[in-house]
Each structure stands twice: as C-alpha cells, then as structure tokens.
Design a protein around this ligand. Structure first.
Ligand code: AMP
Ligand code: MG
Length: 411
C-alpha cells in the first residue's frame, strides 16, 4: 500500500475513497429473519411479488358501485346488496342496479365505477345520482400498486421502515439478509475520561466512541465497545489484537496525527498492512486505513469534528460496501451563502451550515460559526455540510456554494 504521508501532496478524498472501496470484499454470510427485525438490514435476495397488490379491483370510497353504462339511461338505480371490506357482494350486478360499497371492498361482478355517497340520494331501494362519475372512477385496480411476479426490491437494498410495510403487504414474513457486520470501537488517549469519572487537569470527556456507536447503530452494525485505551504500546497492541479477533472492522480514534501517533502507528505496522494517509480534506487530514489479519482498520483523527466527518465521508461508504449495501452518492444542492466563508486553497472543506429558504424562495446557507475541529456543537447546530472544492479560496457572501444535506446517519 502506498504511504501518502511521505508523498509530496495530500491525497484527494475521491482517490482515498476509490482506493479503499476497491480493497473491501463484501461479506457473504446471510441469514433468514422475520421482517420485524429487518430495519437497516441488507437484503441478500431479490424480492419479487407473490401476489397482486391490491389482489382485486376494490373501491377507493364509501358509496355505490354500478356499471357506468347504466347511468346513460337513467339517474336512478336499484340497490341490490352491499359489498364490505372482507365481505364481498356475491351475486352479479346488472344494468339498472347498484351495490352499496365501502372503501377497500371488492368491486362486484358487473360493476366498473363507484360514486361516492356524498353525490347520491337514497330513497329506500332507489339510489339517485346527483353527479355522474366517469367510467372507472374510484376503482383501485387489481395489481395497480404491485403486479404478481414484479421485482419489488433488489438484493443489496438496505431496508427502511416503509420497505418493511411493503414486504408485509406482499404477505412475506421472512427474508434473506446479510449478517450484521461487527465493528469494534477503540478510543485512544491518556486524557480521555468516562462521564462518571472526575476530570483531572488536562483531561476531557471521551465523546468519539459515543457518537460513532450511535452512527453505526443506524447502519445496522453490531458494535463491540473497547472504551478508552491509554497511549501505551502494550495496551494498544492487546486492544487491537482482541478487536481484530472479534470484529469485521476495527475503528480507532486519536493518535493518528504526527507526534502522539507513534504507538498506534508502530503497532498497526507490526500487526497488519495499514496506510497512513494525509487526506486533502478539512476537517480530517490524518486518516489510517488498511487490513489487520482478520479485519479492516480505520484510524480516525481524535478531534471530534474530524472524527465525525471522516467517519461519515470515508468509513461509512466502506462499511456500506462491506455490508453489500447499494451505496447512494449524497445529494448535493446549490445554495447562496449568507456570509463570507473563510477558506485557503489546498483542501476540500466540509464546513458546517444551516440550509433554509430565503425570502425569495431560494436556498440559502449560513455557516454555524466557528469551524474548529474540536467544536462538536458546530456540527450539532448544522443540517448540512458546505462543501468547498480543494482549489477554492475565500467565498464572498451571496455566492453559490455546494451543500450536502446531512443524511440519516447523522440524524
Ligand atoms: P489526537 O488525534 O489523539 O492527537 O487527538 C486530537 C484531539 O482530539 C485532542 O485534543 C484530543 O484530546 C481529542 N480527542 C482524542 N480522542 C478523543 C475522544 N475519543 N473524544 C473526545 N476528544 C478526543
Ligand atoms: Mg491522542
């Protein structure tokens, strides 16, 4: 693997991504599970529909069903019965007749149209129609949502809440999904403390593994928490060996920048094949990626904002690939910046912003203020990244910029 730390330039984000994704071999093991447990899981099979949805022509309204032809001769029809959801009318409805029908009920044989009850006048068995529906009105046709044999979902789809409803509507209760990926999280740093602990001088509360864990659970991964590991060569070695045995992916934060990176770097070089990259992005310059004997390794920077942005922009696409999930490029919009944006050419910036509509109905974006890579609240207040290209310098207020909306993994 090329060590881009020793290369003269910084590695562009797209190169790092291509390089990483080409090295990931998606998992192959799958299991059959109940659809109720499939939220965020990745389909290991194509789903074709075993049924028509809806299974029969049925009514979209409460009203009266008849053959449209009948109303050409008279505005009054004779009521001969009723069709309820789950209790269809059994006979045949002929010219001059109509059937009381409820929403979702099967359209009786001989009928092709439904008039809603608000447009009907009832006088015993005689039903008069004050407005005439056109043929086929208020009829939901058999198979109009999904036809029998139609492919509904493709292998690799990450199942959403709505997808679970669609599977249920097909009468499917169990599906093949890829097994969950196992991700070990390690926070390195002598200064890190857990919430129950007293902070000594120079200490800070550990936050990276908490939001990473939350992000990974939205991804549908099993998380193995290693907590805080001291900047100690043997402690780091033992943690990495154990994590590699248990997980498909090991993610550490901290210790990848020059200086205190030494133990992490030397241990990783001893255990596996890891490249230390300096990526042309801000925040998040130092980043490590590679292979341990049994797992993939991501070394994220310690600064919380850098850790989130590299996790989101680099680790997440790789994890989705490992899961067999079909990766969708993030949606990029154009918006006008309301303020100047400080920027020096040389790195791609992921500044944090709030996108909204201005008084002209155009999209505008406002920076969340101080963009230091330790300022996690700059991320919490934001709903998007303002993505400024590598070569871009300072941006004047009122200019159009690219904006990437925060997706479900950050919400
Ligand atoms: P490092 O990458 O280890 O040099 O750390 C860079 C900065 O991020 C330092 O200010 C660390 O204290 C901070 N940091 C490192 N790890 C964490 C963590 N898990 N949670 C919060 N801050 C961290
Ligand atoms: Mg550190």
């Amino acid at each position: 693997m090329v060590d881009h730390c020793s290369a003269p330039g910084l590695l562009p984000l797209s190169h790092a991504l291509d390089n990483m994704l080409s090295l990931i071999k998606p998992i192959s093991e799958c299991e059959v599970i109940d659809i109720s447990s499939t939220l965020g899981r990745v389909l290991a099979e194509d789903i074709t529909s075993p049924v028509n949805v809806p299974p029969n022509d049925n009514s979209a309204m409460d009203g009266y069903a008849f053959a449209k032809q009948s109303l050409l001769h008279s505005t009054t029809l004779t009521l001969i019965g009723r069709s309820m959801a789950g209790e269809p009318f059994k006979g045949e409805c002929i010219a001059g007749q109509c059937v009381r029908i409820m929403t979702g009920a099967k359209i009786p044989t001989g009928c092709d149209t439904v008039e809603m009850q608000e447009n009907c006048h009832v006088n015993g068995q005689n039903i008069s129609f004050t407005s005439t529906a056109s043929k086929g009105n208020n009829v939901r046709n058999q198979g109009e949502d999904i036809a029998i044999g139609q492919q509904v979902f493709q292998k690799g789809r990450k199942l959403s809440t709505i997808d679970i409803g669609v599977l249920a509507s097909l009468g499917i209760d169990r599906v093949h999904v890829f097994r969950k990926i196992k991700v070990a999280l390690i926070a390195t740093g002598d200064e890190l403390k857990n919430p129950q602990q007293q902070l000594s001088e120079g200490d800070i509360y550990e936050s990276n593994s908490q939001f990473l864990s939350a992000m990974l659970s939205t991804l549908g991964a099993d998380i193995i928490e290693f907590g805080i590991i001291k900047d100690d060569e043997q402690a780091i070695r033992l943690a990495f060996i154990k994590a590699d045995e248990l997980a498909d992916v090991v993610i550490s934060t901290g210790g990848v920048s020059v200086g205190d990176a030494d133990y992490t770097k030397s241990v990783l070089e001893e255990l596996g094949e890891i490249a230390f990259w300096k990526i042309a992005m801000k925040p998040g310059k130092p980043f490590a990626f590679g292979k341990l004997p049994h797992s993939y390794f991501f070394g994220l920077p310690g600064n919380p904002v850098s850790a989130v942005v590299t996790a989101h922009q680099l680790a997440l696409p790789a994890l989705l690939t490992l899961q067999n999930s079909l990766y969708e490029q993030p949606l990029v919009l154009k918006a006008r910046t309301t303020t100047i944006l400080k920027k020096s050419p040389g790195r791609m910036d992921f500044q944090r912003g709030i996108i909204s509509h201005d008084s002209n109905g155009e999209l505008s974006v406002t920076t969340t203020g101080s963009q230091g890579s330790g300022i996690l609240t700059s991320m919490a207040a934001a709903n998007c990244y303002i993505v400024l290209p590598l070569e871009q310098g300072r941006v004047a207020a009122g200019e159009w910029v690219n904006v990437q909306l925060f997706d479900k993994y950050l919400q």
